[in-house]
Write a protein that binds this ligand. Structure first.
Ligand code: PLP
Length: 434
């Protein structure tokens, strides 16, 4: 291509929407271009520093002679609206610089804890940047062109196959690629289950543990279900209470490590929970949000392996990699597969194909396993340091949930003490939650 190639020129620079008012005949095109630009600058749509297209490109876009645009730019430059800058072309020279207007979002991101011990937060500084970069590069290099079109709502086959193999090997599931649906995290997966059940089950009630994440409760309600609660004690969710409560389409549990108490569902209750599901035709949603991080004791197998027809197993990359990645998965019982895939399709067609393929590459190369093993060791050391500090301080408090996971629970005597402790941790730059 040469410098004078019109195609080349039209590809340069930036897009500009110019409202060329259909002026009187006497007002030429040049004046209409000037007026359009003045209006856009005066109205704040084009702020100081905004780059304008090169004259040749704008002339081509507007279908006018280049000379017309050159004259309009010269006039506006003479009036001080715009200015030519060596190296960066023509820019808007008048008006206020745009205020930084991201408001509360920036505020939220700016909170920097010296030690962030808020429940369930992985260490963001440990995100495997180099490994992810390599995986993205590999995925982009190998992806067929079709990967950039709209794909399968249930997810990329390459990822589902790698993930099924990983979950069977490392988490004790027995599934195939077609059992998996790739979501943007547990939160979306839960919403999909709740909405899918609302289309195929007349029962409009879903039970969840108390305590549990308020956000998950909102997701269930938002899908049109009444919320019921099942209390949690040292043996996990109280299944007897579940049996006595009214009918429900599903129960959402964290059997491996109850969130946020950290207790595991006892083996007796695991069996009873599945009996309840079989007897009532309800589903158990097994939230395995941080099952990869067990530091002591024998690993607890998933409920899903015991009854794949009644358990929806839900996993996430939010703890192993980062919550910002937005990747999760559901192992779907056969009877729910069509409804869940349909809900995913309605929600957003599918999860980003590029993220999926990069994650598949991370799994395939063994980097995901290595990262988890590294992080397990790191988190265990942190847990040990925290436990030692608590013992050394001789506070006489009980600590729960220490065998696994990314948080532990300190039982304080009353709400007043809790408030005082939270205020003290905040003042010391330590993130914690009640
Ligand atoms: C109990 C529980 N489940 C699941 C998740 C993960 O949700 P998501 O995959 O949507 O990030 C979290 C994250 O904080 C959690 O605490």
């Amino acid at each position: 291509m040469t410098n004078s190639d019109p195609q080349e020129w039209s590809n340069r620079g930036v897009d500009l929407f110019l409202n060329l008012l259909p002026g009187e005949h006497s007002r030429g095109l040049r004046v209409r271009i000037e007026d359009g630009l003045r209006d856009a600058i005066r109205g704040g749509r084009l702020v100081r520093g905004t780059r304008l297209p090169p004259t040749r490109a704008l002339a081509r876009d507007l279908g006018v002679a280049r000379r017309t645009v050159v004259e309009a730019y010269s006039q506006l430059a003479a009036e001080g609206w715009i200015a030519g800058r060596r190296g960066s072309g023509t820019v808007v020279a008048f008006g206020a610089t745009p205020p930084i207007d991201a408001g509360s979002i920036r505020e939220r991101q700016r909170v920097r804890w010296r030690f962030d011990l808020r429940p369930g937060r992985p260490d963001p500084s440990s995100f495997p940047r180099q490994e992810w970069l390599r995986a993205v590069r590999q995925a982009l290099t190998n992806a067929p062109d079709e990967a950039f079109g709209v794909g399968d709502p249930a997810g990329e086959l390459a990822l589902r196959a790698e993930l099924a193999a990983y979950l069977n090997r490392a988490r004790g599931l027995t599934i195939g690629a077609s059992d998996l649906l790739i979501s943007t995290g547990f939160t979306q997966g839960l919403g999909l289950v709740a909405r899918a059940l609302a289309t195929i089950d007349r029962r409009r009630r879903i039970t969840i543990e108390e305590p549990s994440m308020p956000h998950h409760r909102d997701v269930i309600r938002e899908a049109g279900h009444e919320l019921a609660l099942v209390r949690v004690d040292r043996g996990g969710a109280d299944v007897e209470q579940l049996e006595q409560a009214g009918e429900a389409a599903a129960v959402v549990v964290t059997p491996n490590r109850q969130h946020p108490t950290g207790v595991a569902l006892s083996s007796g209750r695991r069996a009873r929970l599945l009996e309840w599901a079989r007897a009532t035709g309800a589903y158990v949603v097994e939230d395995d949000y941080d099952g990869e991080f067990r530091y002591e004791g024998r690993p607890i197998g998933p409920l899903q392996g015991l009854d794949p027809r009644h358990v929806v197993y839900a996993g996430t990359a939010s703890k192993t990699l980062a919550p910002g990645i937005r990747l999760g998965w559901l192992a779907m019982p056969e009877p729910l597969r069509a409804a869940l895939t349909r809900e995913k399709e309605l929600a957003d067609w599918h999860t980003s194909a590029l993220e999926q393929l990069a994650f598949a590459e991370l799994l395939r190369s063994g980097m995901y396993d290595r990262h988890i093993r590294k992080m397990r060791l790191r988190y265990r050391r942190r847990r040990d340091a925290l436990l030692h500090a608590i013992v050394d301080a001789d506070l006489g408090v009980e600590v729960m949930g220490t065998a696994a996971g990314l948080n532990l629970l300190i039982l304080l005597p009353d709400a007043e003490t809790e408030d005082r402790v939270l205020a003290a941790t905040r003042a010391a730059g330590v993130g914690a939650a009640a």
